[in-house]
Design a protein around this ligand. Structure first.
Ligand code: OGA
Ligand code: MN
Length: 258
């Protein structure tokens, strides 16, 4: 028995880019909050940042609006890409989305300056479907997910440059993304820093997308466990699935954080 305990201890922390408040949240969310370090080659990272830089540089960083979720950022919604970047985005699609999922036609590009950060929020279901997949460029960062009703339940994702993260809603009982049938909740969610969600919004299954808020830690708080993760400027390239029942042309103009 003692041997089993030791083995469990050794295997509990999970992959070194995901930390959690405990083994149950780690195992529950293992398919719902996924990090793939090194998803991009260095050449692919350069392809994307070289293409994005001139477009981003035309914009100014935006700051404090009292209830804004994101601070120190500029962003663009991009739908035209070079062939090389399109090939990268297709790899993201294949890795993160199911065959039945349609993606929003434009990709959200978010440039956080070194002191920029994203407060905890849940992306609006009005604009985003069940899956969000993000590539990180330039600087490492820590994404923290906290259960909206049980703040003691959390995950931290270490997002190194070139990594891909995926947050998805999994149906209860689903254990593998291939069984993931996306479905929008009948809940009128809006982006909220402190979401008060109705009872029926919660499922016993792992849902990093809906049951957990997500945030990108500011430099002063940027730790992955004990490990300090100094924050520099970070660009994320975020693909989202369409809410159910929406055609690609009907997605409207998403607000800044989705
Ligand atoms: C958002 C968001 C995360 C990221 O824009 O809603 O959560 O990786 N972004 O930049
Ligand atoms: Mn978000």
């Amino acid at each position: 028995m003692a041997g089993t305990g030791l083995l469990a201890l050794r295997t509990l922390p999970g992959p070194s880019w995901v930390r959690g408040s405990g083994p149950s949240v780690l195992s529950r969310l293992q398919d719902a909050a996924v990090v793939r370090p090194g998803f991009l080659s260095t050449a692919e990272e350069e392809t994307l940042s070289r293409e994005l830089e001139p477009e981003l540089r035309r914009r100014r960083y935006e700051y404090d609006h009292w209830d804004a979720a994101i601070h120190g950022f500029r962003e663009t919604e991009k739908s035209r890409w070079s062939e090389a970047s399109r090939a990268i985005l297709q790899r993201v699609q294949a890795a993160a989305f199911g065959p039945g999922q349609t993606l929003l036609s434009s990709v959200h590009v978010l440039d956080l300056e070194a002191r920029g950060y994203i407060k905890p929020h849940v992306d609006s279901i009005k604009f985003c479907g069940a899956t969000i997949a993000g590539l990180s460029l330039l600087s490492p960062s820590v994404m923290r997910l906290v259960h909206t009703q049980e703040p003691g339940e959390w995950l931290e994702l270490l997002l190194e440059p070139g990594s891909l993260y995926i947050l998805r809603y999994l149906h209860p009982g689903s254990t593998h993304p291939s069984k993931n049938v996306p479905s929008a909740h009948p809940v009128p969610w809006v982006l909220s820093l402190n979401p008060a969600l109705p009872e029926d919004a919660f499922t016993p299954g792992g849902s990093a997308r809906y049951d957990f808020s997500h945030e990108i830690l500011r430099d002063e708080e940027s730790f992955f466990g004990e490990r300090r993760i100094p924050r520099g400027r970070r660009i994320s390239v975020i693909c989202r699935s369409l809410p159910e029942g929406m055609g690609p042309g009907e997605s409207g103009q998403p607000p800044p954080a989705c």
